[in-house]
Design a protein. Sequence first.
Length: 430
Amino acid sequence: MFAGVGAVGRVGRPGLSGNRTAAILSSASLRLDFMSPGNMPAGVTFTRTTTGTYFDSTGTIQTAAINQPRWDYDPTTLQLRGLLMEEARTNLCINSQAFGSWTKVDIVTTDDAIVAPDGTLTADRITEGVATNAQISSTAATISPNAFITFSLFLKRGNTDFVRILGVDNGSANGINAWINLTNGAVSSTVRGTVTAITAVSVALPNGWYRVLLKVTMVAASTVASIVVNSATADQSVTRVNNAQYHLWGAMVEVGAFPTSYIATTGTTAGRALENASIPLNVSWFNPAAVSLLVEFFIPVPYPVGTARDACTIHDGTTTNRLFHRAVSSGGTTAQVSSVVAGIAGSITFGTTSVGVINKIAGAWDGVAPRGSFNGSAVQSYSQGLPTGLVTMTIGNTITASGQIINAHMRQILVWRNALLGSELQQVSR
């Protein structure tokens, strides 16, 4: 993901009445803590029908088994970010770690030359000759026209500072040109052809590795996508370095407007399944007549406009009756406290969710005036009754198998069997 945007921190907010806030928090009837690696809160069911990768506390990529949750750390700061919840994705770049099988011009690859970001001896050394057209490129992946495409690649310095990475379409006519300085991770980029909405960043990993992440909106003529790599004498330069050496590992081509965790491939594409987490409602902690909900999460990537991302939903098994906190609305990057009663929606829209810091949404529903606060903001309310027949809480999504998964890190969820006052919601969401 677009990790490494800064340490896990908090948005600057006014000081709190510590004792009062602690008392409100301690009165919660349920607390789901996702900040204890290896310990899923009691009663929560988690599924993912494939393996999935994550960064451990040393910044090393690890692989979680099928149906095993991922507690993900920032690979740069090594701080725990929380329980990683991601949508389904496919790596369209085949042989993502076997660069000897890529198309090469005046290139020699040395397989398994150094230790890769996952701690195994699987990263390849790339050695260029002296020709002016030296490059290595992946097999073209089939994409749809006008698609969001995210390219990513792990790189480490050899004997040259600058490497140029291209994420391109048919004949390299359209795409993104990016340069990384492998001494400090600085990245620059330019548009290639007529594409739009390009983004290029790098994430620093331990042992001198960087993950370069490129996003681009392709054009109607684009039906394939590939990664091309070569050395450069300087930033923005198209001149190669004679006998340049650098190291590559873990290439990805994804259809999507932001990058996700690494998916390894061999001779075919490979995917990571959607993640689901839920807990059945219990009268010991859930009151259908009055309830409050606090959700804390960490967003590592900028969200695209147009897709809702839900942080937590209490529902009847459908979207017809539910209470939910939305990390991002379908129309932008704003947080919401919402409910749907017999198919009729009501909501409060707050400010923009912040990337690279902790966000908190608190809401209360009492059947008269639902109210909420986001990151300690002024309390807002709306008029709506309570939905009936609620049976399940889904974590980081709308309902199981929904496409509105948060694509972020869950940190904690608290529930109260009463509707908190507006001032209390404001305190606990700071």
